[in-house]
Structures are given as C-alpha cells and as structure tokens.
Write a protein that binds this ligand. Structure first.
Ligand code: PMP
Length: 355
C-alpha cells in the first residue's frame, strides 16, 4: 500500500477472480464461461464496428436496448446496459443501500457482494443458508433491508422458486430487492415479469454465461423506470461510456441469434445432468443445479486435494476456502467431451491415490 492510499479503503479486501492462467492449455471449468464460441455474426459485426472506433459510443445504448426489448419483451426505458453485471451490482448497491438501508444476503453466495458493500461502506448482514444450502424465504420476509439474492445461487446452483421471490419482494416494499440472474438461462425461471408489478424489484443479468460474451463485458438491469433512472444517475456520475462500441455491437448481433444461444443452454443442461449422474455414481454429493456449473464433494477426497489433482491433469475447477463448503468443488459444465475428460480424470485420480 502506498502512503497515498485513502484511509477509507484501508481494510478493503478485493474480490479474487477465478484463475485465468496463461502457462499452459487447461480445460477451463473454473469461471462458468460458455464452452461455445459466440455466433458467427458476432465477429463480423465487431469487425465492421471497429472501423468507427475513433467515435465515442452511444451512452444510451439505444440500438442495443431496442434489441433487448425485442428479445425480453420489456420496454427499453426499463433497461440499463452495463460493463458486465458486476457493474450493475455495484451501481445498485451505490443507489439503493446505505446506513439506513443496509444490505442482506446469504452467507454462501457470490463473493463480490461483501466486496461491493465494503467498497461503498454499506453495512451488511449474511444470513446462513439452511443445511441443504437452500434459502429460507422467511429469513428475508419483511426484513426491511436491501435484499440481494443470486438466483440460481452461486456457487451452489440452487434455484429459488418465483413464489418465494415474490414473497420477499412484496413484503419489503420500502427497500429495493436485487435478484442477480447471472445463471437464469440454464433451467431457472426469471423474475423479470414481476418487475411490472413491483416498483422495488431489480433484476440483473449478463451476456457472460449463456451468451458466450464473458470477454466482451456486457450486462443489464431490468426494473421500474424510476429504479433505472436512479441507476443511470450513478452511471452518468461514474462512466457514461461504460459499454464500448465493439461490445454493444457484439451484444446486438448476439441478440439477433438468440436461438443459437438458447439451444446451447439446452446442451449445457443435458451435459450437466449427465455429469451430475456420473459424479453421483462415483459417490459424490451433488447439489441439484439449475446453473451452468455443478457443486459437488466426495467423501473420498478433500476439496483442495481434488482441485490440485485435477489441475495437475490439466483441468481447472474452482474451490472456495470457506467454512461449510471447503470440501466442495464448483465445476463449470462444458461440452460433452470436456465432461467425459473430467469424469475420467476423477476416476484416474481415485485409482492413483487408492481411494
Ligand atoms: N453474478 C454472479 C452470481 C456471478 O457468478 C457472476 C460471475 N462472476 C456475476 C454476477 C458477474 O458476471 P459478469 O460481470 O461477467 O456479468
């Protein structure tokens, strides 16, 4: 730390992103990316747009929001586009949480929530998930705080039904409820229709998982017009050009090929169920997932050991050094071929270690 670093960030513990190693080729099952490339029209659209890079991008993202409207059936005034959904989360925390409206989220969830809370000096409470890692909606009912829930949750993959979401949203009318739907396209049901009924519901999504654009950084938020206007106040006070030209063009092209991406999601779901069954056959405890990853642990090998043994064999998974989940690995669901390599590698590890 330099002697110039502001005291207000002295205790800040930054988020640790998943490894993006460059030392060798790995089968990357550690950061929930899509194993499928963007649709072919994306590269062509980006190439064409690159000839206009001398010009600033449209801070209102009009064309992109119009295309979003068509695909999601939402009026464009109810949409804000951002530089990855992480940015939407940060903006939402800045806009809708403070000392008077502290944050509340599960103890096991996306690791960026406490970081954004600390960054913005917002007090927060972590509510323990039940022993099966599910969320008890009663814990958030009429809680009178700004609620943040990842649905499906990460890293568990568990989906919370819309009845429960509605109960939480309707019982906290004086607080924003932020539903982070980064993984919604893999079998969950979006709370988006509820945004028409509740002015306190913000639904956040991303192009990083189901739409193969993690490297382009594109996310979005849906909500009541006034919520979106508040978020834009924050956005225009930080970085109005947050979605660059190439990314906006990539997003438009991807939305026009929506069928391709939704079909890929169905393939991922199929691979997920097949892999979950194979892991259960090997004795793993597997949490039922509606996301593009599987959260699993084995009684035969600890989380850290399995992670390292897989890495040695060229397969990267993610592990969290945290109470209650230290023996789990989070495995991104890739292609059928990648998943077969994963289960074969685990079998080999068990054999080599005489487990
Ligand atoms: N929410 C959750 C639950 C996530 O796991 C992630 C991915 N790390 C994000 C949001 C952020 O994704 P992105 O910024 O790539 O849209």
């Amino acid at each position: 730390m330099s002697r110039f670093f502001s005291e207000k960030y002295a205790g800040l513990e930054p988020y640790t992103p998943g490894e993006q190693p460059q030392d060798r080729a790995y089968i990357k099952l550690n950061t929930n990316e899509s194993p499928f490339p963007p649709s072919v029209s994306v590269a062509a659209a980006v190439k064409e747009e690159s000839e206009l890079l001398q010009l600033y991008c449209d801070p209102e993202c009009r064309e992109l929001r119009e295309e979003m409207s068509k695909v999601f059936g939402v009026n464009s005034k109810n949409i804000m586009m951002v530089n990855g959904s992480d940015e939407a989360l940060n903006f939402a925390f800045m806009a809708f949480a403070d000392q008077k409206r502290p944050l509340v989220f599960p103890d096991i969830t996306y690791g960026f929530y406490p970081v954004f809370a600390q960054l913005n000096r917002i007090p927060y409470t972590e509510i323990p998930l039940k022993s099966d890692f599910s969320i008890n909606p009663a814990d958030y009912t009429a809680i009178n705080k700004t609620v943040v829930i990842a649905n499906p949750n990460a890293p568990t993959g568990l989906f919370l039904g819309l009845d429960a979401i509605e109960q939480i949203v309707s019982s906290n009318p004086d607080n924003a409820v932020i539903i982070d739907e980064a993984y919604i396209d893999f079998g969950g049901e979006s709370a988006l229709p509820l945004t028409a009924k509740y002015d306190n519901l913000l639904v956040i999504g991303t192009f990083s998982k189901s739409r193969s654009l993690a490297g382009a950084r594109l996310g979005f938020a849906f909500g009541n017009e006034k919520l979106i206007a508040d978020l834009n106040t924050i956005r225009y006070s930080t970085n109005p050009y947050n979605v660059n030209r190439l990314t906006a063009r990539a997003g438009i092209a991807a939305l026009k090929d929506n069928g391709y991406y939704m079909n890929n999601c169905r393939i991922i779901e199929k691979n997920r169920e097949k892999t979950a069954a194979a892991l259960k056959d090997l004795g793993f405890t597997v949490i039922p997932s509606k996301a593009n990853f599987i959260f699993a642990k084995s009684d035969r090998i600890g989380g850290e050991k399995l992670y390292s043994a897989l890495k040695e064999k060229g397969i990267l998974v993610r592990r969290f050094n945290k109470e209650r989940i230290a023996d789990f690995c989070r495995i991104t669901v890739g292609t059928d071929e990648q998943m077969t390599l994963l289960t074969d590698a685990i079998k080999t590890i068990f054999k080599e270690m005489n487990l």
